[in-house]
Write a protein that binds this ligand. Structure first.
Ligand SMILES: C[S@@+](CC[C@H](N)C(=O)[O-])C[C@H]1O[C@@H](n2cnc3c(N)ncnc32)[C@H](O)[C@@H]1O
Ligand SMILES: [Zn+2]
Length: 280
């Protein structure tokens, strides 16, 4: 079955439709579909050059780490919360903004489908490496579209999404509000105060707690916050995978990086906040 294509032309905002192996808008702007299935909707004018997103190494590290299930309790909690909010709906459109390599995208799609909600899913990430890996998690017949594009300029029509989720990705209130339908649901996952504190203790002389504050979003009604806490133990290469998928890796001194590389075992807390909001 051919599914409706929901991305819009990032140049002129008109709907795109499939024409051979590329997507075209009525004005003739055209975007290639990669063999993996994602469509590259980044504007070719270099506008996004300062926001390249995760590189191949970071994407691979995140894939390796997440696939081992270290963050699965948070993924399960997120799925539970979404199903709880959305149960009873027959169909919906969900956007995963900054979907990365698609670990949560896939689990959320499966959870909603299992709950009997027919879900049309959109995933966007500015990193082509991430978009490619995310696209490969889905079969052609599944109603899932993955695009390479920026959260700050989403090729998605106004008021077209019932749900927007975003996990550890840049935040753009205007865009999230614009694409959400009235009555829509917004779910955001952020790190809790003690998230990865064990890793920070291992690499920093003066580890600091994450700042967690009230997170009001103008234009949305806060529904609830769901904390998810766990302790994980990592060995050998798993430690570097975790380190490389965090911003710490790039902000840490050579000495700190060496300390992480020398670790053979690391036990650390993980701590997340799932924040849920409704659009009136
Ligand atoms: C920490 S990762 C999280 C990925 C995924 N949500 C997850 O939790 O596994 C942040 C992601 O945001 C993407 N990203 C960074 N800037 C972006 C932007 N302006 N627009 C879209 N994605 C962006 C990166 O490429 C990366 O995949
Ligand atoms: Zn166009």
């Amino acid at each position: 079955m051919e599914h409706q294509f929901l991305f819009n032309c990032p140049v002129c905002g008109q709907p795109l439709s499939l024409d051979g192996n590329s997507f075209r808008c009525p004005s003739g702007h055209s975007f290639d579909r990669a063999r993996s299935g994602y469509v590259n909707l980044l504007l070719p004018d270099g506008k996004h050059a300062k926001l390249p997103g995760d590189n191949r190494q970071m994407v691979n590290a995140r894939r390796e780490f997440l696939e081992k299930g270290f963050y699965r309790p948070m993924a399960d909690a997120l799925c539970r919360e979404l199903v709880r909010e959305l149960e009873g709906k027959d169909t919906l459109t969900l956007l995963d903004a900054g979907c990365g390599e698609g670990y949560y995208t896939r689990l959320v799609y499966d959870a909603l489908t299992a709950a009997g909600i027919s879900t049309q899913l959109l995933g966007l990430d500015i990193s082509k490496f991430a978009a490619e890996k995310a696209a490969k998690r889905f079969r052609a017949e599944e109603p899932v579209q993955i695009g390479a594009a920026s959260i700050f300029h989403m090729p998605v029509a106004d008021a077209s999404c019932d749900v927007v989720i975003t996990l550890f990705a840049p935040f753009c209130r205007e865009e999230f509000l614009r694409v959400l339908k009235k009555g829509g649901l917004f779910a955001m996952v952020i790190p809790g105060a003690r998230h990865l504190f064990g890793l920070k203790q291992a690499v920093y002389d003066q580890p600091y707690l994450n700042e967690v504050q009230e997170y009001p979003i103008e234009g949305l009604t806060f529904l609830r916050s769901v904390p998810v806490e766990d302790t994980i133990t990592l060995r050998d290469g798993e430690i570097m995978d975790l380190f490389m998928m965090t911003p710490y890796y790039y902000k840490t001194s050579a000495e700190g990086q060496r300390r992480a590389a020398d670790l053979t075992k690391l036990t650390t807390e993980t701590s997340f906040e799932i924040l849920l909001y409704g659009k009136d």
